[in-house]
Ligand binder design. Structure first.
Ligand SMILES: *[C@@H]1O[C@H](CO)[C@@H](O)[C@H](O)[C@H]1NC(C)=O
Ligand SMILES: [Ca+2]
Length: 226
């Protein structure tokens, strides 16, 4: 009975979503362990849009969004190849590079990536500017069990972290949809206007678990001072 109650409590804890509006995750030091795991009940995705904002001064490679399945550690990965001035977008362990985006340090940057399994095309938007639309992988869905990690890059299902690819800085406003947002919807996200929150991950009702030194803090936004 006690064990049953404990399990109910643990389940309740894990399952209670939090509204993180106006908040951010702070990853204050380089480690191979500190991370946030995001939970969703959705386990099959035939199209995706992921959007988030990040702030960092990293000039080395780092992971921004790492989704792994038992089949592929890079099932869906957004990786900043800062040392080569590019963004890598991985789907089904295949990747394309997006170059020429204006990667800025010490600035909040909005990133959205889209992909669908029918065309296989991926695209990456940085601060409202689109990339070329490039072929990554078609014909297979993302199918779980999926594990989504912020702050580290998975090389196994839920682990295999590398300190040299860890994220140091702040992240906020993470949303994941099971379809492709239109260019105008992406602009609405980027400009903090009205948009329908993610139906797979929703920053306003986020189920997550932090491990190690990751803080939930009020988002610092100097634009709201005046
Ligand atoms: C992908 O998922 C969709 C809907 O979830 C399904 O209709 C389709 O058959 C799946 N495709 C493959 C290749 O499994
Ligand atoms: Ca990996």
């Amino acid at each position: 009975m006690a064990l049953f109650l404990l399990m109910v409590m643990l389940t309740a804890c894990a399952a209670s979503p939090q509204d993180l509006s106006g908040k951010m995750f702070t990853f204050p030091q380089q480690t191979n362990s500190a991370h946030v795991r995001l939970t969703t009940s959705r386990q099959v995705l035939s199209a995706v849009t992921v959007c988030f904002r990040s702030f960092t001064d990293l000039r080395r490679d780092h992971s921004l969004f790492s989704l792994a399945t038992p089949a592929f550690d890079n099932e869906m990965l957004i990786f900043n190849g800062a040392s080569n001035n590019k963004y890598d977008f991985w789907i089904n362990n295949k990747n394309v590079d997006f170059i020429g985006h204006d990667y800025k340090v010490n600035t909040w940057q909005s990133i959205c990536s889209t992909w669908d399994s029918v065309s296989g095309l991926g695209q990456l938007w940085l601060d409202g500017k689109p990339s070329s639309r490039k072929f990554i992988s078609s014909g297979s869905n993302i199918s779980g069990p999926i594990i989504i990690v912020l702050g580290q890059e998975q090389d196994t299902h839920g682990g295999g972290f590398d300190i040299k690819q860890s994220f140091v800085g702040m992240m906020s406003d993470v949303h994941l949809w099971d379809h492709i947002l239109s260019p105008c919807e992406i602009q609405n996200y980027m400009h903090h206007l009205n948009f329908a929150p993610g139906n797979v991950l929703n920053w306003r009702a986020l189920e997550f678990q932090t491990t190690g030194r990751v803080l939930i803090e009020d988002k610092q936004d100097i634009n709201t001072c005046y």
